[in-house]
Ligand binder design. Structure first.
Ligand code: GLP
Length: 264
């Protein structure tokens, strides 16, 4: 895993935007995996700004979101389809027909997973997957004890996740306990992964993911098996990493190589 530590959350977003824009400019038909939550909002704001400045286009992009709540229609303000429309899709030139979010409204939600896997396969697989991380180490909605080879399926949310995400719902409003999420195995098939983590609430999860044992108790630790994962975090989220100095040293070497040969 490559670990990049920046002073602020805004720097994290800018670095992630650099990676996304570079990938989009190299491959205008990129298959992009997208995440929700509060962390990627600053990244999406950067991408919109760069799009408006004519630096990047999404015209040829196909996108796949990680997850969706079961029982929330796309029109619901807390549905992830609604989030993506508001915070990215409606503000860039992406073709709405090529944006995919798991369908949380199927009569049998168990049908959503296989259909989603088939759509990802038909698109040629995900080139670049953006991820956040839950405070309990989840990625997508793969909660602790999720199988490390799992595929897109219905997951029951952990109490911690329900509590963490309750800030987005009105008191007394229906908050789903079930979600459809890409599996950990699905995520691991992405050719490149960029995971963003900001704030001290993520420090323990980041330490477990990067420096802990691979364990279903920290689903993000499965990323240790992935050959091209970049973790970008701010100082607060990195505060419990033991090898911070080493990561900074590696980064200085890589920045020197990038200055000479360009981004990889
Ligand atoms: C949700 C999403 C995850 C996201 C996580 C963290 O549970 N399913 O994809 O990474 O929340 O969200 P936040 O960035 O708001 O802390």
């Amino acid at each position: 895993m490559e670990v990049i530590i920046h002073p602020t959350a805004e720097d994290v977003a800018a670095r992630a935007a650099d990676i996304c824009c570079d990938a989009l400019n190299k491959n205008p038909a990129l298959v992009l995996g997208l995440a929700t939550g509060s962390t990627p909002l600053a990244l999406y704001a950067q991408l919109i700004r760069r799009h408006q400045a004519g630096q990047v286009s999404f015209r040829g992009v196909t996108s796949f979101n990680l997850d969706e709540y079961v029982g929330l229609p796309p029109s619901h303000p807390q549905s992830y389809r609604h989030y993506m429309h508001t915070h990215l899709f409606s503000q860039v030139d992406i073709d709405p027909a090529r944006t995919h979010v798991p369908d949380g409204m199927l009569e049998n939600p168990m049908d959503a997973g296989p259909a989603y896997e088939a759509a990802i396969r038909a698109a040629g697989g995900i080139d670049l997957q953006v991820l956040g991380i839950g405070a309990n180490g989840h990625i997508g909605f793969n909660e602790p004890t999720s199988a490390l080879h799992s595929r897109t399926r219905v997951k029951t949310l952990a109490e911690k996740t329900v509590t963490d995400n309750s800030r987005f719902f009105q008191p007394g409003e229906f908050q789903p306990r079930l979600a459809i999420t890409m599996g950990i195995g699905t995520i691991l098939e992405a050719r490149r992964i960029v995971l963003l983590a900001t704030g001290d609430g993520k420090a323990e999860a980041v330490a477990n993911m990067v420096e802990g044992s691979v364990s279903a108790m920290c689903p993000a630790s499965a990323l240790q098996f992935h050959v091209k994962t970049t973790v970008i975090c701010d100082r607060a989220a990195a505060s419990r990493l033991r090898m911070r100095d080493y990561y900074q040293f590696v980064l200085a070497q890589q920045d020197a190589l990038t200055a000479r040969f360009g981004l990889r």
